[in-house]
Design a protein around this ligand. Structure first.
Ligand SMILES: [Zn+2]
Length: 104
């Protein structure tokens, strides 16, 4: 598991620990994402992306989307599958010769 993820201008700390009954949670005020331990590796990744989408919608003021668990599940599972199934797309998006990574 990674221990940090930058979403917008905020770097969130990622902790592998259970928050009550949930597989994952995000606390925006202190920029912490908690992901339950001992899950299937792909489920763990989907759970992290699930919380990332909650954070994106929170930061961008999309309250209806932020509370739409079905939408967030569709996005998180789809993004994980796309990334895992298309390494060339990830490389193309992140780098290549014509794009400077990081600072724009
Ligand atoms: Zn959720």
């Amino acid at each position: 598991m990674i221990d940090r993820v930058k979403i917008g201008d905020i770097e969130y700390t990622v902790r592998l620990e259970r928050d009550g009954e949930y597989d994952g949670s995000v606390t925006h005020s202190i920029a912490i994402i908690q992901i339950a331990p001992d899950m299937h590796p792909i489920v763990e990744r989907c759970s992290l992306w699930h919380e990332i989408f909650h954070a994106i919608f929170k930061q961008t003021g999309q309250e209806d989307a932020r509370q739409n668990e079905g939408l967030i599940e569709a996005l998180s599972h789809s993004v994980v599958a796309i990334i895992r199934n298309n390494p060339e797309l990830v490389e193309y998006t992140c780098g290549g010769h014509d794009v400077q990574v990081g600072n724009g």
